[in-house]
Ligand binder design. Structure first.
Ligand SMILES: *[C@@H]1O[C@H](CO)[C@@H](O)[C@H](O)[C@H]1NC(C)=O
Ligand SMILES: *[C@@H]1O[C@H](CO)[C@@H](O)[C@H](O)[C@H]1NC(C)=O
Ligand SMILES: *[C@@H]1O[C@H](CO)[C@@H](O)[C@H](O)[C@H]1NC(C)=O
Length: 124
């Protein structure tokens, strides 16, 4: 008695959750071309997760180019889901006391532990 009560309560909570997930999954698939592949603006460029991507881009650039740029800030950016995640960020860097704007492109594939700098360019 107590058990079946417990189960029905469980089903009542879990079923709507499951169907919610399924619905999202289906609409995601149906709108695949619209949702996957679309660039979506990042609402909070100062989010620690975004800052981390910006810092990563500067560190990678420094390694690749033997440069000594300092990360300052992410000013804006967007992301794109592509069987992984593309990040396109506008960041500020400091190079020898002068502040410059850059556009960086980073690709993430967290489940493979992959994060790579695809491009890095200074926008004067
Ligand atoms: C990197 O830069 C430093 C100082 O600017 C220099 O001493 C060093 O030789 C450079 N290394 C490479 C691999 O270019
Ligand atoms: C940073 O400044 C140094 C010299 O001041 C220059 O050689 C280097 O190319 C600059 N890096 C970028 C990305 O502009
Ligand atoms: C950094 O900037 C100062 C002043 O603008 C300049 O004298 C110096 O040569 C620069 N350093 C490099 C490595 O370009």
């Amino acid at each position: 008695m107590a058990y079946s009560h417990h189960v029905s309560k469980y089903v009542m909570i879990i079923l709507p959750l499951l169907s919610g997930v399924l619905l999202v999954g289906i609409s995601f698939a149906e709108n695949g071309q619209k949702t996957v592949g679309n660039w979506l603006e990042i609402a909070s460029p100062d989010d620690p997760v975004v800052i981390e991507v910006g810092k990563f881009a500067v560190e990678e650039h420094n390694k690749e180019a033997n440069d000594t740029l300092k990360f300052v800030d992410v000013t804006k950016g967007d992301t794109q889901i592509v069987g992984g995640m593309n990040w396109r960020l506008a960041i500020e860097i400091e190079n020898n006391s002068s502040i410059k704007n850059c556009q960086v492109f980073v690709y993430d594939q967290p489940w493979e532990n992959v994060r790579k700098l695809v491009s890095f360019k200074i926008i004067e």
